[in-house]
Design a protein around this ligand. Structure first.
Ligand SMILES: [Zn+2]
Length: 220
């Protein structure tokens, strides 16, 4: 029986993966957006990058078989399973205290960026820079029919849906139960809830790492 760890509502967690292991993010209640970051365990200045990943995959949102790459354009996590409808986001910044101030919150509001920093410090690590460009698992940000506007909609995943991310290098992964309770992203009732994760050595598809997109006719 694989151990499942709970991440409390509006809190974070950080974990270590060896190359070849995977983390399974389980949307226990189906409604929760989970922000995700990853760093090269040997060099925290190299981290998972949404910008370079979109160049690599030529997609806004990852599909099974897609790899996330780092600021040095090296694969770090590969999506090897996804039982959710496949709706995730790479475009929106993680929430931070400034976001909640702009939403009219007068006192401190828990937020994904602080959750990430708190979780990393909890395992004795200090990220060299704050990273707002998180992988927003289960977040529903479709492109509007005009091709340039974004909609912010409630998550559409179902209870127990999961996505499995395989490590392509020894890495650190941070996760946050997004505390956003003002903008309606957490399912129909917009209540922030816990989620679970498991660390796996096996029991997930052995998919190859897909190489970078290059234009037709270019010899890479
Ligand atoms: Zn958030």
């Amino acid at each position: 029986m694989t151990e499942k760890f709970e991440v409390a509502a509006s809190h974070g967690a950080a974990l270590r993966l060896s190359k070849g292991q995977a983390v399974r993010l389980i949307n226990t209640h189906g409604t929760q957006v989970v922000d995700c970051w990853a760093w090269n365990a040997a060099d925290l200045s190299e981290h998972m990058s949404m910008e370079t990943t979109r160049v690599w995959t030529q997609r806004l949102y990852p599909k099974v078989g897609d790899s996330f790459v780092t600021t040095k354009r090296r694969p770090i996590l590969t999506v090897v399973e996804d039982t959710s409808p496949g709706i995730h986001d790479t475009t929106m910044a993680a929430c931070d205290r400034h976001r909640y101030e702009l939403l009219g919150v007068k006192s401190y509001h828990r937020n994904c960026l602080d959750n990430m920093m708190e979780a990393m410090r909890g395992i004795g690590l200090e990220p060299p820079v704050p990273i707002l460009a998180s992988f927003n698992v289960f977040m529903n940000i479709p492109v509007e029919p005009d091709g340039q506007s974004l909609a912010t909609l409630p998550a559409v995943s179902k209870p127990g849906n999961y996505i499995t991310l395989r490590a392509e290098m020894d890495c650190i992964v941070a996760l946050s139960s997004c505390p956003q309770d003002i903008v309606k992203i957490q399912g129909a009732d917009n209540v922030v809830r816990p989620f679970h994760y498991s660390i796996l050595d096996r029991g997930f598809p052995d998919l190859p790492v897909t190489g970078p997109w290059v234009p037709a006719g270019v010899q890479a």
